[in-house]
Structures are given as structure tokens and as C-alpha cells.
Design a protein around this ligand. Structure first.
Ligand SMILES: [Zn+2]
Length: 267
């Protein structure tokens, strides 16, 4: 009710999704519209976001979409059918990152894809990002940064300058500890319903820890829970749920990497 007093112009119908103390004034349609607008803004800025062409790199996209489709079969998605779950590969070998807009526009950097060793790890990271969108963490965080009235005005009217800012925010959005834990949890739940190792995300964290990567901190590590604890939590949940934790022997990750531009070719 606090929000209503602050923003009297917001119709009552927008007061939805009160869960765990978080109030999300966005509707599902708002999430989709904001995601669509931000995606258009990202597409219009190829210098910052050099997105691989979907036709030219059809094999890479087909492979990623197969992974996505396996994840979306999980009944742990609330918005599998509502959101677009559109994939975009950003051709930047120097960046270990992936992010997902509200409404399900997923972005993954070639730097992250090349860093990983197994398709199960990539599936885990994609699941983690998709979980942020499906649980609508991104809209909540953006609301905290920009305020509800600004964000809703964006959905209604668009504003290229502001959309560019929102896109920049999404790339390095800081989620709460609870949101990160929940995204890790859902990555396990999604993967548990596939042939992938349910703890694939843990493999990524373990590699970061083992190699002592401390330069660029990707979104997955940006917030609090210690990566070592996250590995332990992910493995414990996979065990509790009695999920498979063996990497999928049929996954050919090298084949996926071969479909990307030669390293450094376009940078
Ligand atoms: Zn995250």
C-alpha cells in the first residue's frame, strides 16, 4: 500500500506479485515489453554489444536453443510459456558474463562460452540467468534502481536514452544474496529434469576458484554468497533431490565452440 500512496497514477491492477516481502508492481506484460524495448536498444548498439548474426552463426544458435529447450521442459518454470526466452550471443572473448532481461531475452558472451569446459556448465549458467527472469528478480532490482514510475513510463512510452541506461544496468545487475541463492537453486531444479548434471553451475564456480580469477567479476559471483559456499549449496541440493550429477556423455561441447567465430577473429 506504501507504493500506492507514492504513485497514485498506478492502477490497482498493477499491485501484484507480493512474495517474500518484495512487491513487484510490474505485470507479466510489462516485463515482456520492457525486455523487448531493452533488446531493441541492445541491438542498436553493436559497438557495445557485438551480437553474432543468427543466420551466419545458425549452428551455434541451434545448439544453444536445444539447451534452452531442454531447460524449458522443466515444470519448475512459472513463465516458460509467457516469456520469449530468446537467445543472443555477444561476440566478446574477453568477457565472462551472461545476463537475462525481464521477459526472457538471454545474452551470453563468447568469453564465457569459451571459458567453460562442458555443456552441462553452460546449461547451468543459462538456467541460473533464466531463473532470475522467471522469478522476476531483474524487474525488482531495476525498480530499486530507477523507481517504479520511471520504469513504468518506459514501458508505456519508451525513451532511448533511458533504455540504454537500463541495458547497461542489466549487464552488471547486483542481485541480493537471496536472489542469487534462488537462481542457483532453480538452475539445479531445471537441470535435474534434463540429461545434464544438475550441479553444472557448480563446475563453473569451481573453475573460477581453482584458477583464482579475480579480474573481472561476472554477475554470478558479483554478490555475496562465497563461491565456495555456493558450490556446496548447489551440490547439496542436487544430492537432496537425487539428481544426476554426471556430465552428459552425449553433449559435445567442443562442437558447439567450433561453431563460434575463430577466437579473436572479429575482435
Ligand atoms: Zn545471478
Amino acid at each position: 500500500m506504501f507504493f500506492r500512496a507514492l504513485v497514485p497514477a498506478v492502477p490497482l491492477a498493477l499491485l501484484v506479485g507480493c512474495e517474500g516481502g518484495d512487491i513487484n508492481l510490474f505485470t507479466i506484460e510489462d516485463d515482456k515489453q520492457l525486455g523487448k524495448d531493452v533488446a531493441a536498444e541492445i541491438e542498436a548498439d553493436p559497438a557495445t554489444y557485438p551480437i553474432l548474426d543468427e543466420q551466419e552463426f545458425a549452428d551455434a544458435y541451434d545448439h544453444l536453443y536445444r539447451i534452452r529447450d531442454e531447460l524449458l521442459v522443466s515444470n519448475d518454470f512459472e513463465h516458460a510459456d509467457d516469456f520469449v526466452w530468446e537467445l543472443h550471443i555477444i561476440d566478446d572473448d574477453e568477457t565472462l558474463n551472461a545476463f537475462c532481461t525481464p521477459g526472457g531475452y538471454i545474452y551470453v558472451y563468447t568469453g564465457l562460452m569459451r571459458y567453460l569446459d562442458h555443456e552441462d556448465e553452460l546449461a547451468g549458467v543459462l538456467g541460473h540467468e533464466m531463473a532470475h527472469a522467471d522469478n522476476r528478480h531483474s524487474t525488482e532490482q531495476l525498480t530499486e534502481i530507477y523507481g517504479i514510475s520511471t520504469l513504468l513510463s518506459l514501458v508505456v512510452g519508451g525513451d532511448p536514452g533511458l533504455l540504454g541506461d537500463v541495458a547497461t544496468s542489466l549487464v552488471s545487475l547486483q542481485f541480493s544474496r537471496g536472489d542469487e541463492a534462488q537462481a542457483d537453486e532453480y538452475s539445479v531444479r531445471y537441470l535435474c529434469d534434463t540429461d545434464y548434471a544438475a550441479n553444472g553451475t557448480a563446475g563453473f564456480f569451481e573453475k573460477l576458484i581453482a584458477e583464482g580469477d579475480s579480474g573481472y567479476i561476472p554477475e554470478f559471483l558479483s554478490s555475496h554468497p562465497d563461491p565456495g559456499n555456493r558450490v556446496a549449496d548447489i551440490n547439496a541440493l542436487a544430492e537432496d533431490l537425487e539428481c544426476n550429477t554426471e556430465y552428459d556423455p552425449d553433449a559435445d561441447y567442443a562442437a558447439l565452440l567450433d561453431t563460434l567465430p575463430s577466437s579473436g577473429q572479429t575482435q
